[in-house]
Design a protein around this ligand. Structure first.
Ligand code: HSE
Length: 310
């Protein structure tokens, strides 16, 4: 077993507008880093966390990274192993960019690699879902699966878990803007209605099927007209300042699509190339500045790789 390892895991855009809890993709930046070192005594401890402004627990039972690593070690019968973890948050918390999953995935990929990969990336998904449950009260996989597997991912079923990697047009760029208002996933999930009308469900599954078909056919127009959400966005968008104006701004700046990233408040667009994505980010940030709201912007291609050893 190696003595130490440093791993990066990417941020993710979950839902991808119409696919609540079933679609997600990974981006190259931002993301989180974990440094894991072997220690003499068995057990998992958190040595230090940076970049979280003191918001994340150092208690190994409560921290999603250490808790999921502990769960993994118990599952593979290696509770004799001792590791200490440094977590370097390089992305905002509560942003809708899969912040907790990036950390958890980095930790799980680190321990699995240190132990010579007894489990495949697919097999790590349920452990990462446990981390999500701890972080926001729900074990959804649409952040952790793309963070672990890279690329565009469909969770066809949760029980049994059935995860499918989808193709995507390589030329697509993603523009992301995080308006600096806090929207905890736990709260953003509570506000969604648990019952839907059949007529809305028909629209939604037509759009999910359309988006998946668009990905396979690399038909960006089909993707664009399918990325509409009649179930979740109408409710959650009220948490995002000037959401409809932001949509108008993005589309005017050349965006192919516009929607909420995960549970928000980050918003994202697809663009036809890198320059267009930068322009969209600039325009969205300018609109938010006009409202005296600070923001962070990111431009990235879709990340086909997932976590990586640094
Ligand atoms: N599918 C989840 C949700 C993603 O929308 O609540 C959370 O980032």
């Amino acid at each position: 077993m190696k003595e130490s390892i440093q791993v990066f895991a990417p941020a993710t855009v979950a839902n991808v507008v119409c696919g609540f809890d079933v679609l997600g993709f990974a981006v190259n930046a931002p993301g989180d880093e974990v440094i894991m070192r072997r220690k003499e005594t068995p057990g998992v401890s958190i040595k230090k966390i940076t970049g979280d402004e003191g918001r994340l627990p150092l208690d190994a039972e409560k921290n999603t990274v250490s808790a999921s690593v502990q769960h993994y070690l118990r599952h593979i019968g290696r509770e004799d192993v001792g590791v200490e973890i440094e977590l370097h948050k390089k992305m905002p918390i509560g942003s809708g960019l899969g912040s907790s999953s990036a950390s958890t995935v980095a930790g799980l990929f680190a321990i699995n690699t240190l132990l010579n990969s007894p489990l495949s990336r697919q097999e790590l998904v349920p452990f990462a879902m446990k981390g999500e449950e701890l972080a926001c009260g729900s074990g959804h996989a649409d952040n952790v699966a793309p963070a672990l597997l890279g690329g565009f991912v469909l969770i066809r079923s949760y029980d049994p878990l059935d995860i499918i990697k989808l193709p995507y047009p390589e030329s697509l760029y993603c523009a992301i803007v995080f308006p600096e208002v806090d929207v905890p996933t736990r709260d953003a999930r509570r506000m969604i209605r648990s019952k839907v009308l059949l007529k809305d469900a028909v629209v939604q599954w037509g759009n999910v099927a359309g988006l998946v078909t668009g990905l396979f056919m690399k038909d960006i127009e089909l993707m664009a007209r399918s990325m509409k959400d009649v179930l979740v966005e109408p409710v959650r968008s009220i948490l995002i300042p000037d959401f409809e104006k932001l949509r108008e701004t993005a589309l005017k700046a050349g965006a192919i699509t516009f929607g909420i990233s995960g549970s928000g408040p980050s918003v994202f667009s697809f663009a036809k190339d890198e320059a267009a994505a930068h322009h969209i980010v600039e325009m969205l940030q300018a609109h938010l500045s006009g409202m005296k709201i600070g923001s962070l912007g990111y431009v990235s291609a879709i990340n086909g790789e997932g976590p990586k050893v640094l």
